[in-house]
Design a protein around this ligand. Structure first.
Ligand code: FAD
Length: 302
């Protein structure tokens, strides 16, 4: 509730480092700059989940189709590894049943395949877990380059990991949504231990693991002790704006024994109203994000 009281310009100031801008063009410029200056890859995400009317669904679908078309023909991403991937949240594509969202996502997956881009279906709260896993595995098995996300805070995730087919891409995270203690842990140390254990399990199944955390010790353990078991099947993902330049350099230079590619999650909006609404929701869901953001605004990147 507190977040509703924060004036929009202040929310926008908060957003500055975390959002590539208020247009697709700015998002593509950010991705191109990350690649040309630092060889860092991107995954592009349009802000705008939890839609409430049908016109927003169609607008979001069209925005993704436009993004994919533009990214696919952007000559700044000549090499295959330079191309941004696309991330989306299912709740951006339905006002009714979950199934409707996955019909729209199939259209987007089709376009991504034609443009030669990979697609990742983000994981939302536990009410979406079954449908998201089912749809993403189905698309992958039909030959689309579609991956999804597993959240280590959920107690079910080990079992879910054992259903992921060989070759699929899985982003591993602790999970941003607070969940009931009957279905999840709230112990962050345990969440991180589970991430490493899940990565081991997924590698053993032949899965490509996108290890997504800003916890530097956890990333180092992943690079030193877990990823060497699966050469060419690991990368580290971070959010745009979280100051981790030193960690990125260490990963790319192989300071932990194994060089790993880094990909940044690059959110963008169509207009600042959407971006502001999104950030307010995030601030309500996780008030601790406000303090992290404040700390990062005053901490120089290293
Ligand atoms: C690329 C990427 C994609 C993600 N996709 C999903 C998804 O699909 N579904 C989902 O539920 N969650 C997703 N998440 C969020 C994830 O689940 C965590 O909530 C988030 O990354 C914070 O946890 P952490 O593992 O970084 O560790 P923490 O222990 O929370 O953070 C470690 C340190 O990192 C810094 N930090 C972490 N987050 C932030 C932030 N937002 N702003 C500033 N500093 C920060 C702080 O300094 C903190 O001390 C994603 C995260 C990343 C990096």
């Amino acid at each position: 509730m507190l977040a509703q009281l924060v004036p929009a310009p202040l929310v926008r100031l908060f957003a500055g480092p975390y959002v590539a801008g208020d247009s697709m063009v700015l998002a593509l410029d950010t991705a191109a700059r990350l690649w040309s200056e630092r060889r860092v890859r991107s995954t592009l995400d349009l802000l705008g989940e939890d839609v409430t009317d049908a016109s927003q669904v169609e607008r979001n679908v069209q925005a993704y189709l436009d993004l994919i078309e533009a990214a696919g023909r952007d000559t700044r991403f000549g090499a295959a590894e330079a191309r941004p991937s696309i991330s989306l949240k299912p709740s951006a594509f339905t006002t009714k049943a979950q199934g409707e969202a996955f019909l729209q996502i199939r259209r987007i997956a089709e376009a991504a395949r034609s443009a030669g881009l990979a697609l990742t279906i983000d994981m939302e709260d536990h009410r979406w877990t079954d449908a998201t896993l089912e749809a993403s595995i189905r698309l992958f098995e039909e030959g689309y380059d579609v991956g999804t996300v597993l959240q280590s805070r959920l107690n079910r995730t080990q079992e879910d990991a054992d259903k992921i087919p060989s070759g699929m891409r899985i982003r591993l995270v602790i999970g941003i949504y607070e969940e009931a203690e009957t279905i999840a842990t709230s112990d962050k140390t345990l969440m991180k231990e589970r991430m490493l254990e899940l990565a081991r399990r997924l590698f053993a199944r032949g899965v490509y693991v996108e290890f997504a955390t800003h916890d530097e010790r956890c990333v180092e353990l992943f690079a030193r002790e877990v990823a060497p078991a699966a050469p060419g099947r690991a990368e580290v993902q971070l959010l745009l704006g979280v100051p981790r330049a030193k960690l990125q350099r260490q990963l790319e230079e192989g300071s932990f024994g194994l060089a790993l590619p880094v990909r940044l999650y690059v959110p963008f909006a169509i207009g600042w109203d959407d971006a502001t609404a999104y950030l307010r929701r995030r601030m309500n869901e996780s008030p601790s994000v406000v303090w992290l953001v404040l700390r990062n605004l005053i901490t120089r990147d290293r």
